[in-house]
Design a protein around this ligand. Structure first.
Ligand code: ADP
Ligand code: ADP
Ligand code: MG
Length: 845
């Protein structure tokens, strides 16, 4: 024990009692919880985690009749994930999920006799296990840690120690250094030189893909070591690292073990930032000999580390070098992993329940456990997609926020492991995972079909998610073939950037541009009408017409191209639409909800169901593509005339987070910055994100005057320094640009797409109506033109067309037209038009 256990422990008890005034606090009691039959080792279990994995264990224990206790930090109080816990201990600070004394004190106060650690946080921390043991002996109340014992955790929690064990016992592994302490650059350079570049620099206690850096030569190695040790010091209080041969084209394969048995394999090669996003189990993708070699190596190291005597679930991770077929041991995770569910679904087992049964002393009840020796011949194929709150099209920018809507998929072969639901917040200080979607089928093909279906069905509104990227991946040829490696997202750029989601059949599909701007148009009309109704209630007779201009022209930016979209409204729900002055047809909103973010649009003889989510910088549309498959489209829409042309530009934080650093030598008022230059590093969802300058100009203001003392808060309870928290939208910098600086108006910024009109005769008529064609040239109408002209005249009279240019030209054409065609539309009709306009609440100009 490296701290004064008693003192810290009693202080922590007091801290928790203040937060939980009603809690008993008389200490642990042996009395059985009511209703729990004798014979259970587990009497009451604290789940030292949050979100999905916590909910899974509340429910798994609940099924066994064993009471559970949630620990809940301040920011999590309003969330739904702990609804199924039997008791709650509030733990205050958000860092306290990783605070050992707090977790143990919570178990003590709640009179629990076991702790389940989940994943992340302190799930792999040997100190945690030893503290639990010390508590158990010093306070004479046993608390069971539901995981491997201290020796095993100590050995495996540190990657360098685990690798040494593997090396000593002839388990294959790729070349690597021993542990390097004290940020020793000389040793690092020497080791890297010996191993041969490229190498990877890894924190010895990193996890979740953090603390891993590639270096192609000595210069990059210096930078890598600096970044790695900085992260280690700041985040984990331990900068020790090691160097490993970088495998350029690897495949991540891992073995699920249970008490030392190899249960089955998982392929986890779809990764971003060295963290998994899709995992598979069932089909192994490798030959039987290699598969058995991996399982054998996993059982061997499990046995050597003491896992077979205790421990329950664990995972042995390997990399296969795709160029040689050789494999190397990477690490063991001493817990149930995020992707355990694919093994569940593939084998038809329940690993979470196995954990409960095993630590409850009922090993014999584990279904299939004894049959494991047969290696389960009847397996399904199962695929998991991790649903993250992030924006893959924007370098995986974190996207914390409130889930406004969430529709989970249904029907055959789909499992949704979600810890959050509608109304919950995806919080900036925790992991970005919202939940996991798992499909299974008798073949990979079937599992894949179901996954694609389920990803289309899943809908989450309020935060940006990676669902559209996942759709692109599962539709991608390389992924479908199955022989992909960890390089999938590196080698296929289309999986990372905006663009059609795999279904587009050539040509630019501009429907998203039309529908995106149309929904914006409808929203503005609705707002104006609502405003008008409020006004007429009060001043019904004094304000005869709606005194508000609704913009009907928009600048839209889609896939890096800008378009000018224009609507000419002809009835309450119908408009003609033009893109860059070229007629595209008639569009009608068939039905929409109050917020106009879930609507049916009729366009080109087809109806489209559209759901959209509005963010400060983009609209995200979800709709079917030309192949009738759901896709996501992001675009920026700004009403014409609303562009920000102010020479003063505010750089705001795009998400809530905390301050990390300024780049390089810092930044000061008066500095000249180029567009795209790095301004500040913020942390959100455990990810560092660099904010760059959107314009070229001079910095005239910096948050907290750029004063680091104010930007780094004091030490937290774990002794780590934390940055000042930053609100979403908080101004970080003010940059003054030269006169020509124009921002926010997408259409003004860059290239124009060439869009061809594609609608026959009406098109030429409408186009000339909106062009500068002299009126005289437009005589000699075709039948369809006359019909259109009537429609427009009616719209003018009804007050839908407010654009003076169109009104004038339509009126002009009316003059030119043969009188007998104009039936009831003489000048006297203006009175009727006035009445109509009154009712439809829109001003006739
Ligand atoms: P695996 O479990 O497959 O190794 P990761 O390493 O990505 O996958 O999972 C561990 C990571 O999960 C942790 O590093 C942490 O970032 C994240 N994590 C921890 N707790 C939670 C939680 N309650 N919900 C979602 N993610 C979590
Ligand atoms: P973590 O503890 O974060 O899970 P790992 O050591 O398991 O870290 O590595 C995570 C991922 O990083 C691997 O799945 C792989 O994609 C990549 N990686 C790790 N080591 C190497 C290596 N030597 N060569 C290539 N890629 C690697
Ligand atoms: Mg790993």
């Amino acid at each position: 024990m490296n701290y004064k256990f008693d003192k810290i422990f009693s202080e922590t008890i007091e801290y928790l009692k203040q937060l939980n005034p009603l809690i008993g606090g008389t200490g642990y009691s042996e009395v059985d919880p009511p209703g729990l039959p004798a014979g259970h080792r587990l009497r009451k279990v604290v789940i030292a985690n949050r979100g999905e994995i916590a909910k899974r264990f509340f429910l798994a224990l609940h099924e066994e009749g064993i009471p559970t206790v949630a620990v809940v930090s301040d920011a999590d109080r309003g969330q739904s994930w702990y609804e199924f816990a039997d008791e709650v201990v509030f733990i205050g600070d958000n860092f306290n999920y990783s605070n050992i004394p707090v977790i143990i004190a919570a178990a003590y106060l709640a009179r629990a006799n076991a702790i389940y650690p989940g994943y992340g946080f302190i799930s792999e921390c040997a100190d945690f296990v030893s503290s639990v043991n010390t508590f158990s002996s010093e306070y004479d109340h046993e608390i069971i840690f539901m995981g491997p014992n201290y020796d095993t955790m100590h050995l495996l929690g540190d990657k360098v120690r685990a690798r040494a064990l593997a090396r000593e016992n002839d388990i294959p592994l790729f070349e690597s250094s021993g542990i390097i302490l004290n940020e020793d650059m000389d040793t690092a350079l020497q080791e890297a030189g010996g191993i041969g570049y490229p190498v990877m620099v890894k924190l010895s206690i990193g996890g979740g893909g953090r603390g891993i850096y590639i270096a192609n030569g000595p210069e990059e190695l210096r930078e890598a070591v600096q970044s790695c040790t900085r992260l280690g010091r700041e985040q984990y209080g331990d900068p020790s690292f090691y160097i490993e041969k970088y495998i350029e084209d690897p495949i991540h394969m891992e073995v699920q073990i249970f008490n030392g048995w190899a249960v089955s394999l998982r392929k986890c090669a779809v990764q971003r930032r060295n963290q998994k996003i899709i995992e598979e189990s069932g089909h192994t993708f490798i030959d039987d000999h290699l598969a058995l070699s991996l399982m054998a190596a996993a059982e061997k190291i499990a046995l050597l580390s003491g896992y077979s005597q205790n421990g329950g679930a664990g995972t042995v991770e390997f990399l296969i070098d795709n160029s040689t077929g050789r494999f190397g041991f990477m690490e063991i995770n001493t817990r149930l992993q995020v992707e355990y569910a694919v093994t569940d679904q593939s084998l038809g087992i329940d690993l979470a329940k196995w954990q409960v049964l095993y630590f409850d002393g009922r090993e014999d009840n584990i279904l299939l456990y004894k049959n494991l020796k047969n290696r389960s011949p009847n397996i399904d194929h199962s695929i998991e997609c991790r649903i993250y709150a992030e924006d893959p099209e924007n370098d995986y920018m974190p996207s914390p926020g409130v889930i406004i809507e969430m529709d989970l998929p249904t029907f055959n072969g789909i499992r949704c492991d979600f810890g959050f639901s509608k109304g919950d917040s995806i919080l900036p200080m925790f992991d970005p995972m919202i939940g996991k979607l798992i499909s299974n089928g008798s073949s990979r093909e079937e599992s894949l079909i179901r996954m694609e279906r389920a990803l289309q069905e899943l809908y989450i509104k309020g935060v940006k998610t990676n669902i559209s990227q996942l759709l692109k991946i599962v539709r991608h040829q390389k992924f479908r073939e199955g022989n992909y490696t960890n390089r999938l997202l590196d080698d296929f750029e289309e999986l990372k950037f905006p663009g059609p989601g795999g279904g587009d059949s050539g040509g630019v599909n501009l429907n998203p541009v039309i529908f995106g701007t149309f929904t914006e148009y409808i929203r503005l009309i609705q707002e104006a009408v609502r405003q008008y109704i409020i006004m007429t209630d009060i001043e019904r007779y004094t304000i005869p017409k709606m005194d508000q201009d609704i913009p009907s022209r928009f600048n839209a930016r889609f896939n890096d191209i800008s378009y000018r979209v224009e609507f000419v409204q002809v009835t309450v729900d119908t408009s003609h639409v033009f893109i860059d002055s070229s007629y595209r047809g008639k569009i009608r909103a068939n039905s929409f909800n109050e917020r106009s973010d879930d609507l049916i649009v009729i366009f080109g003889n087809r109806s489209y169901r559209i759901r959209l989510d509005r963010f400060s910088n983009a609209l995200v549309l979800r709709m079917k593509n030309e192949n009738n498959k759901i896709d996501y489209y992001q675009l920026e829409v700004v009403p014409e005339g609303k562009e920000e042309t102010d020479p003063v530009h505010l750089v705001k934080s795009p998400f809530p987070g905390t301050f990390v650093s300024f780049p390089g030598n810092g930044i000061a008022v008066g500095d000249l910055v180029e567009e795209g230059e790095e301004l500040i590093v913020l942390s959100s969802m455990k990810m560092d994100t660099t904010i760059t300058s959107p314009v070229t100009g001079t910095i005239t203001w910096i948050i907290e005057d750029g004063n680091l003392q104010n930007l780094m808060r004091a030490q937290n309870r774990n002794g780590l320094f934390v940055g000042r928290s930053i609100q979403e939208g908080e101004v970080l910098f003010i940059i003054e640009c030269p006169d020509e600086c124009v921002t926010g108006g997408p259409a003004e910024r860059d290239k124009k797409a060439v869009v061809q009109g594609e609608y026959g005769t009406a098109s030429s008529f409408m186009n000339s109506l909106l062009s500068d064609t002299p009126l005289e040239e437009m005589t000699g109408y075709r039948e369809s033109d006359v019909e259109l002209l009537f429609e427009l005249l009616r719209a003018v009279f009804s007050g839908f067309i407010r654009d003076s240019r169109v009104v004038e030209r339509t009126a002009g054409m009316q003059q030119e037209m043969p009188a007998d065609l104009l039936l009831g539309y003489g000048p006297g009709e203006n009175a009727i038009a006035g009445i109509i306009s009154h009712y439809v609440c829109i001003r006739l100009r």
